[in-house]
Design a protein around this ligand. Structure first.
Ligand SMILES: Cc1cc2nc3c(=O)[nH]c(=O)nc-3n(C[C@H](O)[C@H](O)[C@H](O)COP(=O)(O)O)c2cc1C
Length: 460
């Protein structure tokens, strides 16, 4: 987590705002150290007035229960020592912060710690979640729960598990070694579109610090977006010493020698340098269609359950991927997302493995690494402004959920034309583009090579 501890807290209250005289009636909190809950605090509090029947029904806390509870001031004194100087976290923190500050003021204390909001962070980290309410996130992330909601300690405990889960997801998805509180705070403030770029910068800064302080070994390289085996029920593919691993690249660009294909070849070269057998397949060479919605892959006891029943040029490729030890997809960005051929291919690859259970599970039997390389005309900033990360992050999440682990590489402001003099083009300076192709693109190639090396690393 980082070298700090936090208190995750939750208040039940008489109403929505201390500005209208509302008071706290219950506090619950957990202390997290080293990403583990190590202590808890819970108490009902007598606010000195009756609570409404709505609040009684909502929380299960009755006027009867509050009658015998200690006064708010007494509990808040003890709670102030529990939170001590720890950073504070709450779900929808502005609500709890207002009540905490108001109650502390009433006993002549003032909060000095920083607050972070788990709901705001979760919106950036899990934009695809159906909702970011605590209950919905608990279901979505399959977090530990007693099933009790709107009681302070139960809510604080679930928020604590959410926080720990987000820290773990950040570490595995973005190669972030330690997640300082300041990173979580920044995450809750930046725009969703800027999130991927921000996290990438954090990871790069940490990586360059690690590189400058210790020699890097391929075994110690951080991995991204790895769903734990326990979650997916998949078996890790152990690195085979005797038999070479098979890695397949799938090129979703119509051009077989340009940016996307070049980066895919580099990734394969990286995998090959680590002993893998490699192959590249160009989708535009194949005759195939996207998913026909026949649902043969979903039929109970169906012969094709979990596999695509269509028979065309994609059939042998899908079989190869099922037998592979890792694979990497590559696509240019066309109108904000992958090319049409890549999209059709993804439907055919992903859908048969999707089991419509609640929550959805994967029917892919192994656990292997996957990666996606994108090339595009725009800069990294424009990519974020244009919301490309919505598709890119979703694709990475689907790959990780379906196959076990996934990572993404983007190459920006690529060289698009052989000779810019022959085309109508005033979008940017062609000389700058050429220069970038000579200076920055080789670095993208190096990153692709390293991605290929990582593809053949064993999964935990
Ligand atoms: C039909 C088409 C649509 C494109 N749309 C976008 C786009 O929306 N955003 C972008 O950044 N680049 C766009 N591009 C540029 C390509 O993504 C970029 O040049 C890419 O690197 C081409 O990959 P390739 O060299 O492997 O063919 C588009 C190119 C074409 C041909």
């Amino acid at each position: 987590m980082g070298n700090y501890s936090i208190v995750v807290l939750d208040f039940e209250t008489t109403g929505l705002s201390p500005d209208y005289g509302d008071r706290v009636i219950e506090v619950g909190a957990v202390l997290i150290q080293d990403n583990e809950i190590v202590d808890r605090f819970q108490s009902l509090m007598n606010p000195g007035k009756r609570i409404s029947s709505f609040i009684e029904n909502y929380t299960g806390i009755t006027n009867e229960m509050l009658k015998s509870a200690p006064p708010v001031a007494e509990v808040m004194e003890r709670f102030a020592s529990f939170i001590s100087q720890h950073h504070l976290v709450a779900h929808n923190a502005s609500f709890d912060r207002r009540f905490l500050d108001s109650e502390l003021r009433r006993i002549n204390l003032q909060r000095s710690q920083e607050f972070a909001c788990s709901m705001l962070v979760s919106r950036r980290l899990y934009p695809e979640a159906p909702s970011h309410s605590l209950e919905s996130l608990v279901n979505y992330k399959k977090l530990k729960t007693t099933g009790v909601y709107h009681r302070a300690l139960a809510d604080a405990e679930m928020t604590g598990h959410l926080w720990i889960g987000m820290i773990n997801d950040l570490k595995s998805s973005f190669q972030i070694d330690a997640v300082p509180f300041s990173v979580m705070q920044s995450l809750s403030k930046i725009s969703k579109a800027a999130t991927a770029g921000f996290l990438k910068r954090v990871a790069e800064e940490q990586l360059s610090q690690a590189i400058s302080s210790a020699p890097r070994t391929s075994a110690s390289r951080p991995r991204r977006n790895e769903a734990p085996a326990a979650e997916t029920g998949q078996q890790p593919t152990a690195r085979k010493e005797s038999k070479a691993m098979k890695v397949i690249a799938i090129n979703g660009s119509p051009r077989k020698k340009w940016n996307t294909a070049t980066l895919l070849e580099k990734a394969l070269a990286g995998a090959k340098s680590s002993g893998a057998e490699v192959e590249i397949v160009h989708l535009y060479d194949l005759n195939f269609k996207g998913c026909q919605s026949c649902f043969a892959c979903k039929l109970k006891n169906g012969a094709s359950y979990g596999t695509c029943a269509m028979n065309d040029d994609l059939t042998p490729l899908l079989e190869k991927i099922a037998a592979a030890d890792a694979f990497v997809l590559g696509s240019p960005i066309y109108f904000g997302t992958v090319t049409g051929e890549m999209r059709s291919f993804m439907e055919r690859l992903f859908f048969p493995y999707l089991a419509y259970t609640r929550p959805p599970t994967t029917l892919f039997k192994k656990k292997i690494r996957a990666a996606f390389i994108y090339t595009m005309n725009v800069s990294e900033e424009m990519m974020a402004q244009n919301n490309y990360p919505v598709h890119i992050n979703l694709n990475e999440a689907v790959l990780a959920r379906t196959f076990g682990a996934a990572e993404t590489l983007c190459s920006f402001e690529t060289l698009q034309f052989e000779d810019y003099d022959k085309v109508v083009f005033s979008y940017c300076d062609p000389h700058e583009r050429k220069k970038r192709h000579e200076t920055v693109f080789p670095d993208d190639c190096r990153k692709a090579f390293e991605l290929g090396e990582r593809l053949v690393q064993p999964l935990p």
